[in-house]
Design a protein around this ligand. Structure first.
Ligand code: KIV
Length: 272
């Protein structure tokens, strides 16, 4: 008998996990070798993030990342993916019109992605609706939006003022209404992330958004202490904390276990 291949996690399973209170562990990957290790560690979702512009290409933002870059890295990750759901970022200026969003999302799906991620709300909501209307699964991204870093005036916590917090909740509901299957929340107060997660049925995945999101994501290079310069406050170097004799997969597993057990993120990785 042929050995059975593990089934890829479906979007509906992620929603079931939210309902059951099981946290979703997400990490980034950009190549086949690291993807295989993420699979070994049992991550639920792998994100081919446009953070690759910073950690792989050495730029100081995600803005220079192109569609060709995302297709290339998505293909590399897809070759080693076994069970985790594969989400790929749509890069800067790749979804300015509905037609462009559709064409570029299809390129990522053809490269092996199960879902595409778009940043923001406003005009983006209609583009999300266009994609989901064509059967393409979409992940939203609210809070700190790295592709709008120039407009935001730098990497800082979003949604601290009451009006901005309420707008973010409304945007999350609009994304859900447009058919989004999941939303990343980046650098927002933990209390707002908890309120927002309660206000929608689809899972929220936090990065610097506190422990009450339905799942967590980190840039894997931060988790492994590979990122040049100062590590962001919301991340944690899990590799350095491993006892002697333990290695990379143990560090990845420690992250997955800590997310599932609500040990990560701690208050020191979260914002008020
Ligand atoms: O590009 C990326 O890696 C991301 C995560 C930081 C959520 O969008």
């Amino acid at each position: 008998m042929k050995p059975q291949r593990p089934q890829i996690i479906a979007c509906t399973q992620l929603r079931d996990m939210k309902q059951a209170g099981e946290k979703i562990a997400v990490l980034t990957a950009y190549d086949a070798s690291l993807t295989a290790k993420l699979e070994e560690a049992g991550v639920d979702v792998i994100l081919v993030g446009d953070s690759l512009g910073m950690v792989v290409q050495g730029h100081d933002s995600t803005l220079p990342v192109s569609m060709d870059d995302m297709v290339y890295h998505t293909r590399n990750v897809a070759r080693a993916r076994r069970r985790a759901l594969l989400v790929s970022d749509m890069p800067y200026r790749s979804y300015q019109t509905e037609a462009q969003a559709l064409e570029n999302a299809r390129r990522l799906i053809d490269a092996g992605a199960d879902m595409v991620k778009l940043e923001g709300a406003g005009d983006v909501i209609a583009h999300v609706q266009a994609l989901t209307g064509q059967g393409i699964d979409v992940c939203g991204h609210l809070g700190l939006l790295p592709q709008s870093i120039e407009e935001l005036g730098g990497y800082r916590v979003q949604g601290r003022e009451q009006a901005a917090a309420q707008k973010m909740i409304n945007d999350a509901q609009a994304l859900q209404q447009a058919g989004a299957a999941m939303i990343v929340l980046e650098c927002i107060p933990a209390a707002l992330a908890a309120r927002l997660s309660e206000a929608i049925d689809i899972p929220t995945i936090g990065i610097g958004a506190g422990v009450d999101c339905d799942g967590q994501v980190l840039v894997t290079y931060d988790l492994l202490g590979l990122t040049a310069g100062k590590r962001p406050r919301f991340s944690k170097d899990f590799l350095i904390e491993q006892p002697a004799g333990k290695g990379l997969v143990d560090a990845l597993r420690a992250y997955v276990n800590d997310v599932k057990a609500l040990r990560f993120p701690a208050a020191e990785h979260s914002f008020d």
